[in-house]
Design a protein around this ligand. Structure first.
Ligand SMILES: [Zn+2]
Length: 216
């Protein structure tokens, strides 16, 4: 090796070393750990879920919103969205929670649409399993999502509720969001509209993001 070549190598190595020192000093933020969040599109296949007077089916709304949540997350280094189904297929309730457990998901969010024999009933409500404490992680996640989805729907905020649900099998904070009533004329229209589905999905994604990045 000629002398000037050796010099170039030395200067080069020095540069690399200084680079490491500079990185150490400026302390570039470590990338947030990638966390899996399972979004569960309620019903599917032979199980249509709740039905609207115009023939619309809950399973279609839940699938559309779930896919839009995944779309909203693309490119996010901190969150990977996994769907329990991404087509019109039937998935057992137990299987849905099992997917979340198997994936070691940080959160499990099941999306549903409500129904009532009284067509005037409307609003958004979010459930946690009755075995979960009122101030636990599931309840906190539920509060975040309930607030955001109710705001987007602009309808009656029916609050966070508790019931014995299949999400009890999930080994992580788990909630079930009832995004609106398919039996209510106005809400059915909103739930079927792509623009509103996108807004709901963005609200769910942003809620998940703010919950996770607040280091719960
Ligand atoms: Zn449902």
């Amino acid at each position: 090796m000629k002398r000037y070549q050796r010099l170039i190598v030395v200067v080069g190595l020095l540069g690399v070393a200084l680079g490491f020192v500079a990185i150490g000093i400026s302390g570039p933020a470590a990338p947030p750990p990638l966390r899996v969040v399972v979004i569960d599109a309620g019903h599917g296949g032979e199980d249509p879920g709740a039905l609207g007077a115009d023939g619309s089916e809950e399973k279609d709304v839940t699938l559309a919103v779930a896919k839009l949540v995944r779309l909203a997350s693309l490119g996010d280094p901190a969150i990977q969205i996994v769907l329990t189904r991404d087509s019109d297929v039937f998935v057992e309730l137990a299987e849905r929670a099992k997917i979340a457990n198997w994936k070691k998901a940080a959160l499990f969010v099941s999306l549903h649409v409500n129904a009532c024999s009284d067509p005037s009933v409307c609003g958004v409500e979010t459930y946690i399993d009755s075995k979960q404490p009122e101030d636990g992680a599931s309840a906190q996640l539920a509060a975040v999502l309930q607030d955001r989805v109710a705001r987007v729907m602009g309808s009656h905020d029916r609050g966070v509720r508790s019931a014995a649900l299949f999400i009890t099998r999930a080994q992580m904070p788990a909630v079930l969001v009832e995004m609106g009533f398919i039996t209510n004329y106005q809400e059915r229209g909103a739930l079927k509209a792509f623009a509103r589905q996108k807004e709901i999905a963005d609200a769910v994604y942003e809620g998940i993001r703010s919950y996770l990045l607040d280091e719960h």
